[in-house]
Design a protein around this ligand. Sequence first.
Ligand code: MG
Length: 386
Amino acid sequence: MTVVAQILVAAGKGARFKGETPKQYMDLGGKTVLRRSLDNLKAAWPTTRAFVIVHAQGDPLLADAIEGFDGIIVPVTGGSTRCQSVRAGIATLEDLAPDLILIHDAARPFVSKRVIEDVVDALKTNEAAVPVLPIVDAVKAFDGQIGDDLARGHMRRVQTPQGFRFQDVWPLYQTLSPDADFADDIALAKNAGLSIGTVDGDEKTFKITFPEDLEKARQMLGNGTYIATGTGFDVHRTEPGDLLWLCGVAIEAGFALKGHSDADVGLHALTDALYGALAEGDIGDHFPPTDPQWKGAESHVFLTHAKDRVQARGGTIQHVDVTLICEKPKVKPHRAAMRARVAELLEIAETRVSIKATTTEQLGFTGRGEGIAAQASATLSLPDHD
Ligand code: MG
């Protein structure tokens, strides 16, 4: 199998970005730009043997940015120029001696799987490969004044990842003079006379250079999904007994709840909230009370079905909130267990699960202890094409 290593160049200070935090560490939808690049590179080429991250010296933000990454990361301090930084990165791969290396700007978070596949493919017949894009705007010489038209048909914009055969490119960097500076790695390869293949780049793989680029990237992440909120409400009558179920937790309350299933009023309201956000009817449509197979059913079956429907629709459960309405039992002692159980059933973090309780000041059927009510809301993100 072809051994591929990837180098992320993240040593930039971001002079054009004007922020105190280097752009590769800015937040982009809950991850740093660098981490999003890293995760996308991994997703695009899952068998990558190692990811070398070339970072600025003494960079305190790197550890957080790579925490929990499932892959081999080799951090290395960059040099004074891009070439020297990449050289330091490639040097760490000498023992691994991969067949191919891909060198990518960490500030291009939306790397395309198709482009990576095309670059690797192009390296079968070329010593180096680069993604390029045409220039659509007119291009003119400029020195403070508009000059002559330049022939844009003969120009290309150049992106990353740029791909190389390790055995060809490593000697070039080993013999690089300390003051040599090339705009990118392909320029060095070109200077050395390597054969260079081109593949179609991807507009989405733009480089975050100015603050407005980060805004554009954030908008791109938001696009393609919409937020849906559903609500649910349920009531179960109390009956003699000693144990009842609330939000997936058995509680010795000295009474029970009556129902066709285990009568977990909290999970029923929550299940309906999920169906509501999906606009897929209610719990009675999916689990008819007239159907004997659901008699005595454990309510986690219903909630799991609703969660599976969210996943089948390509959605994500962002948050759920349940309010239990009763005088008894006291919910607070069981709240942590309820949150844990609901989070487990929905496969989301406990921080996204809220369980609350209230009484009705001894008024009405809940106040008299004739029944327990529950209401819930669920917030989902769903794909726009849904
Ligand atoms: Mg019910």
